[in-house]
Design a protein around this ligand. Structure first.
Ligand SMILES: C[S@@+](CC[C@H](N)C(=O)[O-])C[C@H]1O[C@@H](n2cnc3c(N)ncnc32)[C@H](O)[C@@H]1O
Length: 249
C-alpha cells in the first residue's frame, strides 16, 4: 500500500472508537439526516444488491437496511480493521433487536455483508451492484479518478452511484463563519476527544482541497457516468451527488 493510503488507514484506525460520537457532536446530529437523504434520494429498487464503500462504522449500510429492510442485499467495505470491527458490533446489536422484536433468526451476513477492502481495488465481481454508495470517503482518497473507475467497474449498466461529501459552502458570510469554525474550533474539539491532533487538522484541509461540486460533477461525467445530479445540503457544507453508469461504447 502507498504511504498516503497507509497514513489514512492508520488515522481512521486510531480515531475509530470516538468516530461516531465526534460525527454526531461536530455536525450537531446533521450527519444522520444527510445519510438518510442520500439513501432515499438514491431510489434503490427492490431485489437489488448495493455496496457501501469506505463504510466506516456502517451508518450508511444501516440506514439502507432501515429504509429497505430485506428487499436489498447490502455489502459494505472499508480498509480500516478498527472501523469494521465497530461496524460489526453495531450490525449485531441491530440484528439482535430485530430478532427479538420479530422472533426470527437472521444471520449477520443477511443483515450486512462486511468485506475488508480498498476502494481502489474493490474485491467484487464486475457489473455486480445496482448501486454504490460512498459517504465522507472519497475526499480521503487521493486518486479520486481511480476510485471512481473502480465504482464504475462493479456497477451494472444503468446502476446508481451516490456520493455524499463535505464541501466548502459558496462565497459569502456563512462561508467565512463556517471556515472559522472548521479551521479553528473543530480541530481543537476533535483533538481533545480523539487524542489525535493529525486527524482533526487533516479534516479541514481534506475538505478545502476537495473539488467544487461543479468540478466533481465533471469528473463523474468524464469517468463514464451520466445523469449526474448534485445538490448542496445545509448551506453547502455537504453535497450529495447521484449519477448513473452509462454503458461503455
Ligand atoms: C470519514 S469516514 C466515513 C465512514 C462512513 N462512510 C460514514 O458515513 O460515516 C471515511 C472512511 O473511509 C475509509 N477509507 C478511506 N480511504 C479508503 C480506501 N482507499 N479504501 C477503503 N476505505 C477507505 C476509512 O477507513 C474510513 O472508515
Amino acid at each position: 500500500m502507498s504511504i498516503e493510503l497507509d497514513f489514512i488507514k492508520d488515522m481512521f484506525d486510531s480515531i475509530a472508537p470516538k468516530y461516531d460520537f465526534l460525527n454526531r457532536f461536530l455536525s450537531a446530529g446533521q450527519d444522520i439526516l444527510w445519510r438518510k437523504e442520500m439513501v432515499s434520494d438514491s431510489q434503490i429498487p427492490n431485489n437489488s444488491s448495493v455496496l457501501d464503500v469506505a463504510c466506516g462504522t456502517c451508518d450508511v449500510s444501516l440506514e439502507i437496511k432501515k429504509q429497505k429492510g430485506n428487499t436489498v442485499k447490502i455489502f459494505a467495505t472499508d480498509f480500516s480493521p478498527n472501523m469494521l470491527a465497530l461496524g460489526k458490533d453495531k450490525i449485531i446489536k441491530k440484528r439482535d433487536g430485530i430478532m427479538k422484536k420479530n422472533e426470527t433468526n437472521i444471520s449477520e451476513k443477511n443483515m450486512i455483508d462486511l468485506v475488508a477492502g480498498n476502494a481502489l481495488f474493490l474485491p467484487f465481481k464486475d457489473a455486480f451492484f445496482d448501486a454504490v454508495f460512498i459517504a465522507f470517503g472519497i475526499r480521503n482518497i487521493m486518486d479520486k479518478q481511480g476510485a471512481i473507475k473502480s465504482f464504475y467497474k462493479v456497477l451494472k449498466n444503468g446502476g446508481t452511484l451516490a456520493v455524499l461529501e463535505l464541501t466548502s459552502p459558496p462565497e459569502g458570510l456563512f462561508r467565512d463563519i463556517y471556515l472559522l469554525y472548521f479551521k479553528r474550533l473543530l480541530p481543537t474539539i476533535g483533538t481533545l476527544f480523539s487524542k489525535n491532533s493529525n486527524a482533526y487538522h487533516y479534516l479541514p484541509n481534506s475538505v478545502l482541497n476537495f473539488p467544487t461540486p461543479e468540478k466533481f460533477a465533471t469528473i463523474l461525467l468524464d469517468s463514464g457516468f451520466e445523469m449526474v445530479n448534485w445538490k448542496r445540503m445545509t448551506l453547502g457544507i455537504v453535497t450529495l451527488f447521484i449519477a448513473k453508469k452509462k454503458p461503455a461504447l
